[in-house]
Each structure stands twice: as structure tokens, then as C-alpha cells.
Design a binder for this molecule. Sequence first.
Ligand code: ZN
Length: 137
Amino acid sequence: MNKIEHIGIAVRDLQESNKLFAKLLGTPSYKIEKVESEGVSTSFFKIGDVKIELLEATREDSPIAKFIEKRGEGIHHIAYDVDDIKDEVDRLKVEGFNVINDVPKQGADNKKVVFLHPKSTNGILVELCEERKDEKN
Ligand code: ZN
């Protein structure tokens, strides 16, 4: 893994949290994006080399809605940048990690993403992300 790509934070109200994080970080959100397949609206902030991703549920059965119901607002996942997501998934499976989706799916911010179950990673959902190259679209 190369670095932390972003930290995902579950919020109840994206508009309100956008204002809050703009004040906190001293910089506005640079991108708002809906990922319909995941039932989330996202907003991205950049601080140095790392991003903060705010996530709001767009429907009741969204994983974010379920997360907030159980645990309240807060850190939802940590995303690590990888060069080759398939290699990394193979490596982590051999190491015994519980991979939620073997086949990478389309994430926000032009990424291919795979999640590891928090039960195998000390309670924090882990996202692997690989920058999407155009020819795969
Ligand atoms: Zn993410």
C-alpha cells in the first residue's frame, strides 16, 4: 500500500458538515459526488496529500444510514491507495483478511475500490483504492 488516500467520515447532513469542515480545515470542498449504487452522497476536501471524504446516506438502506444508526456520526473507513488492486486483494486474502467484495467496484472520485470487513481489521472498515485508468471505463 502506498499511503492513506482518504479518511471517510459518516455524517447526517452533508450540507451542514460541508460548512463545518470548510471552517475546520480552512478550505472548501472541491467535489461533491453521488454514488447511487452505494446509496451515498460524498464531499471531498484536500489537505496536503490526504483527502477527507464526507458521506451522507441517500436512502434508508444505505450502509451509511445503518452505520449512523448503530454507531452515530464519525470515522467510517480509512482508504489506502494501491497500485494494483487485484494483486493487493490476492495478497490480503492469503494473509487471512476478510474481503467484502472480491471484484473491485466503482467508487467515488474515479477510483476502483475493494472493502475489507472491519471484523478482520480491528473494527475499522478498510477501503483499498486504485486510480481508475480511462481505458477500463
Ligand atoms: Zn472512501
